[in-house]
Design a protein around this ligand. Structure first.
Ligand code: NAP
Length: 207
């Protein structure tokens, strides 16, 4: 029987790459791909992939539940930064549970914990907690900072640019990035000490 594997975030860098890689194997693996997007006009054109529009994104629980009907596994890309980002994540997890999704693979963050210094790592921890409470089998990909995001940290100062974070001595674990080839060997530019992506966490490694 064919399983439906849905992905969000496919109009973006990370989800787009994951979707393209899965599309290359989906037909051979009894897996049907479903791309869940806010705007179908911007969905990638991938062979055999179904496109389902859910214009309200993660904020629209009922809309997302409908878009996920019949889905076995959901690759859930974290939302863009927003004041209500955590609420959106929790709504998305609840929508997956309501739709009967059996497994969620969520893009979390390195060091996700309720008491993390990094605000977004606390949000990811809260999302992981909701997944744990949902009854769905789940995997959190605790990716580090994406290397291709570093230029966005730069603040113009006196005709130059200053990168003031991460704080302390500035050491940071960077992930290869969402737009670059994903081999860790290719990640280490001048601003990168080393790649410290923690591959996944889950309540049960067999999940
Ligand atoms: N680890 C890091 O260093 C780092 C850095 C930046 C971002 N991130 C996180 O990682 C995610 C993926 O990174 P990326 O580089 O692929 O980002 P990206 O290119 O900006 O793509 C983000 C994707 O997520 C979708 N999305 C965002 N907010 C959504 C919402 N509320 N509801 C439904 N879909 C939503 C976007 O859909 P639309 O096209 O409809 O907007 C887009 O497809 C980001 O969304 C962000 O949460 C992590």
């Amino acid at each position: 029987m064919t399983s439906v594997f849905a992905l969000t975030g496919v109009t973006g860098a990370l989800g787009g790459r994951v979707a393209a890689q899965l599309a290359a194997t989906a037909g051979r693996e009894d897996v049907a791909l479903r791309l869940v997007v806010r705007d179908a006009g911007r969905a990638p054109r991938l062979p055999g992939a179904q496109v389902v529009e859910s214009p309200g994104g993660y904020a629209d629980g009922p809309g997302l539940t409908a878009a996920l009907a019949g889905v076995h596994t959901l690759f859930l890309v974290s939302a863009a930064e927003a004041e209500d980002r955590l609420t959106q994540h929790l709504t998305a997890v609840d929508a997956a549970a309501a739709a009967g999704v059996q497994r969620v693979v969520y893009t979390s963050f390195l060091g996700a914990a309720p008491d993390a210094t990094f605000t977004l790592a606390r949000q990811h921890a809260a999302t992981e907690e909701r997944l744990a409470a949902s009854g769905i089998r789940w995997t959190a990909l605790r990716n580090a900072m994406y290397a291709d995001f570093v230029p966005f940290f730069a603040t113009p100062v006196d005709g130059g640019a200053v990168i003031a974070a991460p704080a302390g001595d500035g050491a940071a674990g960077l992930w290869p990035g969402t737009t670059a080839p994903t081999s860790p060997r290719r990640c280490c530019g001048p601003t990168t000490r080393r790649s410290t992506a923690a591959p996944w966490t889950s309540p049960d490694p067999t999940h």
